[in-house]
Design a protein around this ligand. Structure first.
Ligand SMILES: *[C@@H]1O[C@H](CO)[C@@H](O)[C@H](O)[C@H]1NC(C)=O
Ligand SMILES: *[C@@H]1O[C@H](CO)[C@@H](O)[C@H](O)[C@H]1NC(C)=O
Ligand SMILES: *[C@@H]1O[C@H](CO)[C@@H](O)[C@H](O)[C@H]1NC(C)=O
Ligand SMILES: *[C@@H]1O[C@H](CO)[C@@H](O)[C@H](O)[C@H]1NC(C)=O
Ligand SMILES: *[C@@H]1O[C@H](CO)[C@@H](O)[C@H](O)[C@H]1NC(C)=O
Ligand SMILES: *[C@@H]1O[C@H](CO)[C@@H](O)[C@H](O)[C@H]1NC(C)=O
Ligand SMILES: *[C@@H]1O[C@H](CO)[C@@H](O)[C@H](O)[C@H]1NC(C)=O
Ligand SMILES: [Zn+2]
Length: 258
């Protein structure tokens, strides 16, 4: 029994062979630090809109940040997310963690929480050759244990100070445009804006938002740039080069185990 437990503990460490630091709370950022900066962020992908969003932000002369979750390797059969993620990185956008399966981490025991963090980092390391230094916990929900689990992995926790309202129950394009107008007017020098790349019905809002933000004088940058922190803990060659649909990854509750 004892050796089985030890194996489980090692399996959850996946990418890090060094022991985790104890009791180091993650740095928590709720807003950009640099005046004039806007960090547009898109949660819950990768999804079929990723390349379109990436191109729209690039064409506007900016960069953005994608907080990604599980199944980036084989769950959505029509789009090659390996290629999509590498494309976004090559365009200058930042890939960050949204943890593995979108659990409310404040309700997870420490083992589950560790899996949620490590599986996502392992997946991004293997698929895209990056280990993210930034995580947005699902629902923006954190407590001391979440901050410690992220801190032990040298990750910073980033929430938001502005909301496109694209995931609200009454979300529609006009409500989101109004939310942008209102929050740009109320902004105090910078904005860290929550969007969801999986909310197709509000995508038309992005063109509007890009124009409004730029004409207000904002520069569109990654979360890392607006906070003056590194985007990644590790950058190297991706390990996975085989085609997308071969089920070499386990994209369900077993996590990224290979
Ligand atoms: C992807 O393909 C697999 C195997 O053919 C299938 O079981 C699964 O339902 C498909 N997933 C989606 C999201 O279409
Ligand atoms: C976007 O990223 C590219 C590539 O890293 C960089 O050259 C460019 O300066 C960035 N643009 C902004 C507005 O930060
Ligand atoms: C979870 O881990 C933290 C340290 O990261 C510790 O303070 C806390 O007591 C642990 N919780 C449980 C239920 O073991
Ligand atoms: C975290 O940073 C410390 C100090 O740089 C390093 O020793 C440790 O290996 C890092 N841990 C992880 C999981 O990256
Ligand atoms: C959007 O939703 C609001 C209610 O929240 C409604 O008043 C408005 O008519 C809707 N607009 C469109 C274009 O559907
Ligand atoms: C998906 O993209 C990756 C990276 O560009 C490539 O190596 C792989 O062959 C692609 N898979 C398929 C099924 O096209
Ligand atoms: C996850 O997928 C693997 C491989 O397809 C399968 O063996 C395993 O039973 C699945 N686990 C769950 C919890 O669905
Ligand atoms: Zn989310």
């Amino acid at each position: 029994m004892r050796s089985a437990l030890v194996l489980v503990a090692f399996a959850s460490l996946s990418y890090a062979s060094t022991p985790l630091a104890r009791d180091v709370s993650a740095k928590l950022y709720t807003a950009c630090k640099n005046p004039g900066h806007v960090a547009l962020t898109f949660d819950d992908g990768p999804w079929t809109n990723n390349k379109k969003i990436s191109d729209m932000v690039s064409n506007a002369g900016g960069n953005c940040t994608f907080f990604m979750r599980d199944c980036i390797y084989n769950s959505y059969n029509s789009t090659n997310y390996t290629a999509v993620i590498r494309y976004a990185i090559a365009a200058g956008h930042q890939i960050a963690s949204h943890s593995w399966s979108h659990k409310d981490l404040t309700t997870c025991d420490n083992v589950t929480m560790g899996q949620e963090l490590d599986w996502m980092n392992t997946a991004l390391k293997k698929v895209a050759g990056v280990v993210p230094a930034v995580i947005r916990p699902p629902y923006g929900a954190y407590n001391d244990d979440v901050l410690k689990a992220c801190g032990a992995r040298n990750m910073s926790v980033v929430t938001w100070d502005s909301d496109s309202e694209d995931s609200w129950a009454n979300a529609n394009a006009s409500n989101s445009k109004a939310a942008y107008d209102r929050q740009i007017r109320a902004s105090q020098g910078s904005m860290l804006i929550l969007n969801h790349e999986t909310v197709g019905k509000c995508n038309e809002v992005l063109a509007y938002a890009l124009e409004a933000l730029i004409s207000y004088g904002f520069q569109l940058v990654t979360v890392a740039k607006c906070l003056d922190i590194a985007p990644y803990l590790w950058v190297g060659q991706p390990e996975k080069t085989e085609p997308l649909l071969q089920y070499t990854w386990v994209c369900n509750n077993s996590g990224a185990t290979s």
